[in-house]
Design a protein around this ligand. Structure first.
Ligand SMILES: [Zn+2]
Ligand SMILES: [Zn+2]
Ligand SMILES: [Zn+2]
Length: 177
């Protein structure tokens, strides 16, 4: 996942937005101006943003959106697999993983039937998304053993990203030296 590494974030944002447009076109749903604005705010940072944060940012750009418009846009974007809700941070992030699909003719948003794992850094707050076939298989096995029909789970794992680990290490060295 590139979200927790140094990367060209402008490219990230471009990819997220152009992917969303393509996907909505293919599905025959409308990425309205409001929905696009909400997605753009989320794409802007890999740190989960709450509905209130989003509202605040959009209205600071000179808009006058009501909270209900934000909630509706979030519902739409979540439904299309373009954003994810991060429960433990009470916020949302733009989906970064599914910009090319494994199926040739379908452009992926995140698929609802797959396990999504988020690594959440406690220091910088960023969220990195990944998907694992091994983990998927394991959960399917557990569910099958219990004759349990699982919803698509989102696993949230908190910790420290490598960049924050490095900056801690540097601080410690500076203190020791
Ligand atoms: Zn980025
Ligand atoms: Zn995703
Ligand atoms: Zn970090």
């Amino acid at each position: 996942m590139i979200e927790l590494e140094e990367h060209d974030h402008a490219k990230c944002v471009d990819r997220i937005l152009s992917h969303a447009e393509l996907l909505c076109q293919q599905r025959g749903v409308r990425l309205t101006e409001q929905r696009r604005k909400v997605l753009a705010v989320l794409a802007d940072s890999h740190v989960p943003a709450s509905a209130y944060d989003i509202l605040d940012k959009i209205n600071r750009q000179g808009n006058k959106l009501a909270p209900v418009s934000i909630y509706r846009a979030l519902e739409f974007l979540t439904g299309q697999g373009l954003i994810h809700r991060i429960e433990s941070r009470n916020g949302y992030v733009a989906c970064t993983h599914a910009h090319s699909s494994h199926d040739d003719d379908v452009v992926g948003g995140c698929r609802g039937d797959h396990v999504t794992v988020f690594l959440l850094c406690d220091q910088c707050g960023r969220a990195g998304e990944f998907h694992s076939d091994a983990l998927q298989g394991l959960l399917e096995t557990i569910a099958a053993t219990q004759k349990f029909r699982a919803n698509a789970p989102v696993l949230e794992i908190s910790g420290l990203c490598s960049q924050c680990q490095n900056s801690f290490a540097e601080e410690r060295m500076a203190e020791d030296g």
